[in-house]
Design a protein around this ligand. Structure first.
Ligand SMILES: [Zn+2]
Length: 136
């Protein structure tokens, strides 16, 4: 799951060839918490990939200078974009302030924030049914 940011191109650093990767791109590579009963393009795409197309691994591909993560760090950046704010609320976390950095006027560490963000998306993906599970 790479971010929809056009600067993120997985094939060069994965060595993948055409047909090797099924890319599900979302802004900020956000994977909302899985809710099997809710209509959600991300959940439907993931379930189809895993269960029907037998994709063995899901990789969340965070990146530096991600606009979505920046929006989580500085809500004022997305204040005038209600759909973006709602989408970011699906990230499942809010950034927390790093007191040492804050007192130095540096703000949140963007690398640490990106790592926390990617880990939160991994947590959401744990609930996606595997290809061996059956829908009740
Ligand atoms: Zn991004």
């Amino acid at each position: 799951m790479p971010c929809s940011d056009s600067r993120v191109v997985p094939t060069p650093f994965t060595g993948a060839r055409p047909g090797d990767l099924l890319e599900l791109r979302t802004a900020g590579d956000i994977a909302p918490p899985y809710q099997g009963h809710a209509a959600c393009g991300v959940a439907g795409s993931l379930e189809l990939a895993v269960r029907a197309q037998q994709v063995p691994d899901i990789v969340v591909c965070g990146h530096s200078h991600c606009g979505a993560v920046q929006g989580l760090l500085r809500e004022q950046n997305v204040q005038t974009m209600p759909p973006v704010r709602r989408w970011l609320s699906e990230a499942g976390h809010r950034t927390r302030s790093d007191e040492r950095r804050q007192t130095q006027g540096l703000g949140e560490d963007p690398v640490a924030a990106t790592r926390r963000h990617v880990l939160a998306q991994h947590d959401h993906l744990r609930d996606v049914p595997s290809r061996t599970e059956r829908t009740p």
